[in-house]
Design a protein around this ligand. Sequence first.
Ligand code: ZN
Length: 494
Amino acid sequence: MHTLRTAARWLAVCGALGVVLASAAPPAQVHAWSVHHAAMHPTAHRDIAAHADVPRYTSRGSVDVATRTVTMEQHLEWVNSTGVTVTLLPFRLFANLPDFAGQTTIVRARIDGVPVGYRYNPTRSIVEVMLPYPLSQASRVMVSLDYHTTIPAGLGQTKYGAFNDDGTTLSFASAYPLLAMSIGGVWQTADPDTKGDLVNSPIGLYDVTVTIPSTHQLVSTGSVIAVQQTPTTQTVRVVSGLQRDFTFVLTTLPATSATVDGTRVTVYAPTSEENQAATQTLTAATQALRLFNARFGQYPYRELDVVAVDAASFYGVEYPGLILMQDRTVASGKRLESTVVHEVAHQWFYNLVGNDVQSDAWVDESLATYAQVIYRRAYGGEDAAQSELAELQRQYDRLIERELDAPVQQHMRTYTLYTFNVLAYAKGALFYEALRNDIGPDAFDRMLLEYVSSYRYAHADSTSMRDVATTICAFTVDALFATWIHPSLQRRLP
Ligand SMILES: [Zn+2]
């Protein structure tokens, strides 16, 4: 995420909007994993077979544009990998958080086809599905949830713009019941702090078939593999690769595309002869993708999409294979290149290599911010890199003057919005420059490649990069991590 420096003023009241229920969908068909090759880069096809037991979401339904409602029948095939026997399955309903101002309602829950009970938490941001029998480690289950989710209209300036109808684009960010994370056998069900990113999830596979009006284009995580058209509708089937979330938008914006190293990059943004916003966005995204393929390892998907939306709370925000950009940033060109570069880097640092975006937000934000320096150094030379670093240093110096310096690593709850933006982004990126100066550019580049290779499709934490750096350098970098990131990263010598 690339946040604004001032807090958005959220409205306190959410609207419960009308819904239209679709007719009953056909029964669940668990799809073959090989269908997901369509969304994966050829060099990553074998990764799917190696992750056969990841959660698999198969959904079918429709979007009613007039009521801004998606109605779905969702089937999750899940293998219990929590390490403990479970008796219920909590699903996150992000739409019901006050910042989203939407509404997800569960209509029916079934386990292996048999109706079961479910209950909401007090904020309705979690629904717990009751299992009819205790489910032991490594057991498999099919969880079916019928639901509908409604997004607000025209609230991009006051609510979360990634979940909104702005008149041109309907954005459905994380708009489905997403199984909560289990860490150490404990379900993580606390409402997220909304200063930064919200979605913690393991890698999964998504197969989504949705009927939408012919007037709109579906843009989403993954790749389209089939379209059936009638005079007024289109039914689109999309499959994802190994990705952490599924987000889609319906848009009437024009598209412009280019291909980089086998990946199709498409930008959806208003454009005209006077305004080259879409072209500039596409250039930044393709240059970033080409560079990061070389520096971090090949982007493992066929597609990357960028869509301009009305939003006040971010310049850009990353979803797997889909970046939402603030339309003002795209139109003005101000901060455009650095924001696009930052969000493209998140495809490696957040999606490919996951981390807890609430307890360890610095892990991906520092790297995505430092990726801006890597980009400047590659395309503009050392002066451009130093200019980017000077701006980050200026932000950090101002924080020091205000006597707010603190460890980079904190839980999202303990930052203020201001300290989060400076510590996790600017100070974290300056730390990576200090580390590069300490271990040398060649070792630093090897470290980044090794980090992505080691934690690909998995979760990294605050100790992960320290451990990779130590392996690469064969000498301790603990002191540097302890000074900049958190004192606990200094290990005692045996
Ligand atoms: Zn970010």
